[in-house]
Design a protein around this ligand. Sequence first.
Ligand SMILES: [Mn+2]
Length: 429
Amino acid sequence: MLDILKAIAREGIKFVEKHDFVRIFTHYDPDGITAGAIIATALIRLGKDFQVRFLKGLNEEVEYDKDDLVILSDMGSGYPDVVSKIEADTIVVDHHIPTGRIEKDNLVHINPHLAGLDGTYELSASGTAYVFANVLGDNRDLAGIALVGAIGDKQKMKGGNAEILREGIESGYIEVKSGLSLHSMKVREALMLSLEPFLDFYGKEDELEDFLRKVRIDGDKDFEELSDEEMYRLSNAVALRLLKMNAYTGVFNDIMRGRIILKSELIRNAVTMCDVINACGRVTACSLGFALCLRDSKYLNKAFEIWRNYTTELLERINAVRDDVREGFCIRYVIMSDGNAASPIATIFSRYFYPDKPFIAVSVKGERAKVSARGNDSLKVNLAEVMQKAGEKVGGRGGGHRVAAGAIIPADKVEEFISEVDRLCCSQG
Ligand SMILES: [Mn+2]
């Protein structure tokens, strides 16, 4: 099924052969970091020199010499104007829906959407980079890293991703273990620091010890060392806890989907690796996440430290804003005065505490406010449309997906925006 994409990717070989120096520009999230690392590894194996830069988007400056090869990864397909202006030979490795027309002869555009594939849920930039890397050489050992990027973009193990997973299992680099999806670490820590599923144990040490006693599991035991019997008891107890918390029912499928184990990587649990890379990206330490993908163990401890700090800060923030949740007619919302935690907070509150109405998190920073809206498939509300309409009404802008959308609005219009969002949700629901 990846044949057409491979044929397109082969076009890129000529550019790689022609240049000795490559500039890689990639996105700062897990999909971008893993995609950049997969391309970089393939280039290293060919003896090429490269430089990598992590960008938030193509509104940032792209610097290069005319003689370089420029590779844009996890970006480019939606910015035809920017790509058209790049004078150097360029390869775009992206999975966003291509828009407009790129006016450029010396371009190779590798994107699943251009090969009849689903790039939204079934192949991310890292998977596309994996396809490209494997026409440049035998880079099948990078299958696991490709899946980490797909997990980061909340994709499904279907289509192109399923094919990469199958290839990784066949070549012995990946193993799938059944049971609960938690981080591979001490059970106590895995339960307390888990964000997906969020289990609400942080700051509740006594409750956690009580929970462990009841399921008869030693909290110091490594999660991967649990017997089948213990795993079964733990899964049941976790499911029961989520039910009591009032979690969204869709959560249960996600947490029982098992674990993808990466046998060649420094962090063997794919979800853990994704979360660690994500935390590094969030605190502008992308190069640490990148180094992990290059299997450079020097930075492993540092990267875990960043992940631990990032996660505990977020858990503390969740506990702190819990009492600030307000209720509209058809939404719930929270207005925060600082930080950039709006999106994880909206996700967790809507999935684990309040799945019955859309949840809106607003974080005000200076003159602007960042809004994240989250819902689920059982709510009859299109949040992309709500964010767009309400955003425009107050002089900002918004959009996104049906169940996960966002907006940027002027800080002094937050109250007006919220009542418009509430009104729109009531009229749609
Ligand atoms: Mn992506």
